[in-house]
Design a protein. Structure first.
Length: 388
């Protein structure tokens, strides 16, 4: 009797274990199917976005020989009729205005309107009025994509005007700039009986400093939270976008610190909010979100991916380069493998100066080498400006 009870109990346990294994296997299948569906959904979303970009650029090519769109350091926006565009080059501190018109009088009016707009518009209004962004917003987002509202922050008004501009002060500025700058003229190859009128205006020399000041509170908060040097965040932001709040690269990466949604964006959102989500371009055009995620990604690099590097300065150099090229490529510079466990002991035998020199010599591409130089140099400048 006792043996039968034991046998029955063991049999029940075995059946329960088998059912548990089957349940776990079923859960894994369902999870993998869900993951595949989400990935396919996001790929379709990205494909639709790319198609929207291509179509918009094709439409622009009916008017322009070079239908430019925004980049990391240039914010480019077209009017609804596509015949006037503004090009703010944040790296070189210039505004270039171009309009296609049949007369000089019409061109001057178009240029005045465009200049008044670009020197007063805020980030929220720019997002709402951008013709390409309107199309992108109509594309249905997958449930896994997190979006957000772009808050209203000045782009150039605080750089050009000492206080909130009035209609009178804007009119005076526009009239002066139009009158004192030469308007270049070329025959349009696209529009019959029209010319392309171009005007380039130099922004104030302290534009970069004033742009950085907008983000001081957010940078200070995140530097403290993520245990990072404040100058590091500013130097990364400067190097990535020159403080262009509308920054977008071909990868695509978005915003001030150029976050790539599918890679750094996923890792960072998981670290910050314990959820595996993708973030939209709109989410990253929100400066607070962008600085939060960029700072968190620096934390992940420094305190997780590169944690086995003992010297803090050596680890800082590796973090800077990794922000541009990935932690695996840091390991490759020292071992010709992507294994940081193999690279860390080698790095730990070198001084920080030797690590810096090795990175400049053996990183796989020229871009991260120059990136490391620029960020390191700019850290000193932002240390002088804002302290540690």
């Amino acid at each position: 009797m006792f043996k039968n009870i034991i046998f029955t109990g063991l049999l029940s346990c075995a059946v329960f274990a088998q059912e548990a294994d089957q349940f776990h296997l079923q859960q894994m299948k369902e999870f993998n199917a869900y993951k595949k569906t989400q990935e396919e959904s996001f790929q379709a979303y990205q494909k639709a976005q790319l198609e929207a970009y291509k179509n918009y650029k094709k439409e622009l090519s009916a008017f322009w020989d070079n239908p430019k769109l925004s980049t990391k350091k240039r914010w480019i926006e077209y009017t609804k009729d596509k015949k006037t565009r503004t090009d703010v080059d944040f790296a070189n501190n210039t505004i270039t205005l171009e309009t296609i018109a049949s007369s000089r009088a019409q061109a001057q009016q178009n240029l005045k309107t465009a200049l008044a707009y670009v020197v007063t518009v805020d980030t929220h209004t720019a997002q709402q009025r951008d013709e390409l962004e309107k199309r992108l917003q109509k594309i249905q987002k997958p449930q896994s994509v997190v979006s957000a509202t772009v808050q209203a922050e000045p782009i150039l008004s605080h750089v050009i005007f000492d206080k909130t501009p009035t209609k009178k002060s804007v009119r005076a500025y526009v009239e002066k700039e139009i009158a004192t700058h030469k308007i270049k003229t070329l025959q349009s190859d696209k529009v019959k009986d029209a010319k392309v009128f171009t005007l380039t205006i130099k922004l104030p020399s302290d534009t970069m400093i004033k742009r950085s000041q907008l983000y001081l509170e957010d940078v200070r908060k995140n530097a403290h939270k993520q245990k990072l040097p404040l100058p590091l965040i500013f130097a990364i932001m400067h190097t990535e976008s020159s403080f262009n709040p509308r920054a977008r690269s071909h990868i695509p990466a978005y915003g001030l610190m150029q976050i790539v949604p599918k890679t750094a964006g996923v890792d960072t959102y998981l670290y910050l909010y314990k959820k595996k989500k993708l973030v939209s371009g709109t989410y990253l055009y929100n400066s607070s979100n962008n600085i939060t995620m960029g700072s968190a990604y620096l934390h992940i690099l420094y305190y997780r991916y590169l944690k086995k590097i003992k010297d803090p300065i050596s680890r800082l150099y590796c973090t800077i380069a990794a922000y541009n090229t990935g932690a695996g490529n840091i390991a490759w510079a020292f071992t010709h493998t992507y294994n940081m466990n193999k690279a860390a002991p080698i790095i730990n035998k070198l001084s920080s100066d030797e690590v810096y020199a090795k990175l400049l010599k053996d990183l796989r591409w020229e871009e991260p080498k120059q990136y490391l130089k620029k960020v390191s140099k700019r850290m000193s400048a932002y240390h002088k400006l804002y302290g540690a």
